[in-house]
Design a protein around this ligand. Structure first.
Ligand code: AMP
Ligand code: MG
Length: 412
């Protein structure tokens, strides 16, 4: 057996960052920038008001208060989207809405709650003294021309897409999104609600792995089920490398007589077959056909998911240009302990996480831990990393890889 870290290094060495592509901002979430994005203009583009109220000359408000209102003549209204071209002279005020440009002559805004319009509607009583600049958002407050808005190698989130849009960009240069083919292998596999013949089972891995590929931010490509036949595998793998940037297969990589995936991968490319010191997911066949990495994951449903997390996810993220390849790892309290026996392997135990803002995160087993028991995997929120030895005593702290799908109540 080889240590997990060594197996992962071998995998990462075969996963090159893909080339750049220009994509629509709409399609860029989760992709990684190639160049820095520099602002060509000021944001906001003009001085504007942060509040609804009245634009005034600040000096006019000296001494104003609830009991000593200052009376100004209303010269007009400027709304968001208007040019703002209603001059404000001393003794006058302009009604103004959030986001509207500051009218010429005005240097402050009095919020509407500190203003009282007279019954005739012609005047406003200012009930507070305000300094120059009050509630004014200056042009370039957020960005000025030449600012680096987004650094190279940034994973684009929703806020970045907004930033790009605020500068008028419709597209952005990023590391290309990989197309990742997912293939199930096995003579026993069928799909959908058909009546099972003796010995058959339904393919579950493909749906799971396609979803995990999509969650990574790659484009999943369904390559169907391929039988345990070397020629069929040869054709399917060769064909797939023509239109995919990476392949994820499940099944056919352990010690059985019909585990042909590792053999065919070895023929077609540069492949290492590894027995990794982990449980579940010990066997792994990783290879490259040309420059296309192939993750040959084990067939047991839990093993294929754990193997995806530990090897395919980091590899695919590296191809996408990410610098952090994994998920968040936290320390959690193993309430009832996570006992195990020493066997030279690191165990990845499917756990549920109980979170409470004022207490430590608590990890409890999610159910049956067999590598075929997908129900506990589906119910789990994390993989507890239990090092070789006797396991974790009750109330001991364990590292947990936090899986997707955690949510909880909003704070008050
Ligand atoms: P293998 O890695 O091919 O030896 O398969 C190990 C176990 O996983 C066997 O019990 C298979 O029937 C099962 N298995 C393989 N592929 C799948 C799949 N796509 N969906 C569900 N179970 C599978
Ligand atoms: Mg098989």
């Amino acid at each position: 057996m080889i240590p997990l870290v060594e197996a992962r290094e071998r995998v990462l060495a075969g996963c090159e960052r893909l080339g750049p592509a220009t994509v629509a901002v709409d399609d860029a979430r989760g992709l990684v920038t190639v160049d820095e994005v520099v602002s060509g203009e000021a944001v906001p583009p003009f001085d504007n008001t942060a509040m609804d109220g009245f634009a005034v000359v600040a000096a006019d408000t000296v001494g104003a208060g609830e009991d000593s209102p200052v009376r100004l003549e209303i010269a007009g209204t400027v709304a968001a989207g208007s040019s703002g071209d209603v001059p404000v002279d001393p003794g006058r005020a302009v009604r103004i809405m959030t986001g509207a440009p500051m009218p010429p002559g005005a240097d402050a805004v009095v919020m509407v709650e500190r203003c009282r319009v007279t019954d005739d509607g012609d005047h406003v009583e200012i009930l507070a003294e305000v300094p120059a600049g009050n509630h004014v958002r200056r042009a370039g407050d957020d960005l000025v021309p030449g600012d680096v808005v987004i650094a190279a190698d940034t994973a684009l989130g929703a806020g970045h897409l907004g930033l790009l849009s605020s500068l008028g960009h419709l597209s952005v240069r990023v590391t290309r999104r990989p197309r990742v083919g997912v293939m199930s292998t096995g003579d026993e596999l069928v799909e959908g609600p058909v009546v099972l013949a003796p010995g058959q089972i339904r393919d579950s891995n493909r749906r799971t792995l396609l979803a995990l590929v999509a969650e990574v931010g790659a484009e999943p490509v369904d390559l169907g089920i391929v039988p345990d036949d070397p020629e069929a595998l040869r054709v399917a793998l060769t064909d797939a490398t023509g239109h995919c940037d990476a392949l994820v297969t499940s099944g056919g990589v352990s010690m059985g007589d019909y585990d042909h995936v590792k053999a065919v991968l070895g023929e077609l490319g540069d492949m290492s077959w590894m027995q990794v010191a982990i449980k579940p997911a010990k066997p792994l066949a990783f290879g490259t056909i040309g420059r296309v990495p192939v993750f040959g994951l084990p067939g047991n449903p839990v093993s294929s998911m754990v193997s995806f997390e530990l090897f395919a996810r980091p590899g695919l993220r590296q191809m996408m240009g990410h610098h952090d390849w994994g998920r968040m790892v936290i320390g959690a309290v193993a309430l009832d302990g996570l006992p195990r026996r020493a066997d030279g392997k690191t165990h990845f135990v499917r756990v549920r996480l109980e979170t409470d803002p004022l207490h430590d995160v608590v990890a409890v087993t999610a159910g049956g831990q067999g590598s075929h028991q997908l129900s506990a995997m589906a119910a789990s929120e994390g993989l507890a990393v239990v090092d070789d030895g006797e396991g974790i005593a009750p109330l001991g702290v364990v590292r947990v890889i936090v899986l997707d799908g955690l949510s909880g109540p909003m704070p008050d």
